[in-house]
Write a protein that binds this ligand. Structure first.
Ligand code: ADP
Ligand code: MG
Length: 349
């Protein structure tokens, strides 16, 4: 789990920039018919015919967004792609291409970048997207990765953050809070390792939450599910920063309020047990944890019969008018104003 300082290292300068790009991108095949030309020219060529095109970019900086002491590079490559695809799915769109740009310091050898690209290739294959370009440059310190994801959607099917109406149901996919707790466990093990490098951590009780942190998945399946159920959400967003701040984004951009029910928030049993062990409040973790990459959406009441039996979709509240404000309704039936508190602020506690 900890970076091996003695592993084989071929310096990047031995290959040169072009050799490196050619080497890393050699095994990328094209799967989408919208990709006319991929890697290798000055620019890629895409053709979306009459579809609308959605584009989203994320930037990941070592020491800010990831810590290589417990994040294997293969997982990092995978996660860098997946978190971008999540933004495309949050528009109710189908992800089709990505570009990947990296800045690397001479601390990294070829083998490290091969591992990174192994993860990128795995994500591309699982999510059926094409890697169509990028840029490669050196950096003074550390690793920076920027991924741009591209997708397609019928313009009338795109779902924005701004369409929620009073009385709409607030619906979330999967379960919430696990990725942040996985991060807490990994941070704790990192400190233990610093004191005693021979200590082999026993992480059996945390497999799900650690996987949610190191190998998140984007909800491509939900875009398909909504289509199958013939449900178009009135608004949608992906949960990267924590449930409460995402709810607040939907409310503000839609000009509505919201009642969120504490007892309805879906939690995995491992989240509950780990919260008990760490003496953390599971609702606080769900509200502020972040990095869940689940989808949060609002659905018109008349679509309720279509979604109610589905195990992937949980109704956690409903929208109100803007004047009513944004509230958490607790198990004790108290109403508390929702605060935007992403995992960054949670970290400083
Ligand atoms: P330019 O000098 O025009 O920027 P490059 O030599 O950087 O061209 O890139 C050559 C080709 O390789 C282009 O298709 C580019 O998109 C692709 N490419 C460069 N770096 C990466 C990377 N890190 N990942 C994927 N594709 C890349
Ligand atoms: Mg370039």
């Amino acid at each position: 789990m900890i970076e091996d300082k003695n592993e084989k290292k071929t310096t990047l300068s031995e290959l040169g920039e072009f050799g490196l790009i050619e080497h890393l991108t050699a095994n990328f095949s094209i799967k989408n018919k919208t990709t006319i030309l991929g890697i290798g020219d000055d620019a890629a060529i895409l053709d979306f015919k009459d579809k609308a095109v959605v584009v989203s970019t994320d930037l990941l900086v070592e020491g800010v967004h990831f810590d290589l002491s417990y994040m294997p590079l293969k997982h990092l490559g995978y996660k860098a792609v997946v978190v971008n695809l999540s933004d495309i799915y949050a528009m109710n769109a189908c992800a089709t291409q990505v570009t990947v740009s990296i800045a690397v310091s001479n601390r990294f050898g070829l083998e490290a970048l091969e591992a990174l690209y192994d993860g990128i290739r795995t994500a591309a294959s699982i999510y059926e997207i094409d890697v169509v370009g990028g840029d490669t440059t050196s950096s003074q310190s550390g690793l920076t990765i920027s991924v741009t994801a591209i997708g397609e959607v019928n313009a009338s099917d795109a779902v924005k953050r701004s369409g929620a109406k009073p009385n709409d149901l607030l619906v979330v996919t999967g379960d919430i809070g696990a990725a942040y707790l996985g991060f807490q466990v990994l941070e704790r093990e990192k400190e233990v390792f610093k004191v005693n490098p021979n200590n082999q951590p026993d992480l059996d009780a945390y497999t799900y939450i650690i996987e949610r942190q190191l190998k998140p998945e984007a909800r491509k399946d939900i875009v398909q599910l909504l289509q199958d159920l013939e449900v178009k959400p009135t608004s949608m967003i992906d949960i990267s920063d924590g449930l409460s701040s995402e709810i607040i984004h939907l409310c503000k951009q839609s000009n509505v309020g919201c009642d969120l029910y504490e007892e309805k928030i879906p939690l995995d049993p491992q989240v509950i047990s780990t919260c008990e062990e760490f003496n953390l409040d599971s609702t606080t973790i769900a509200l502020s944890g972040g990095e869940d990459y689940e989808l949060l959406m609002t659905i018109s009441q008349e679509d309720y019969p279509k979604i109610k039996a589905n195990p992937n979709l949980t109704v956690i509240g409903y929208m109100t008018d803007a004047r009513s404000g944004m509230h958490l309704v607790t198990r004790g039936d108290e109403k508390i104003p929702l605060k935007a508190q992403g995992w960054n602020s949670l970290n400083k506690d």
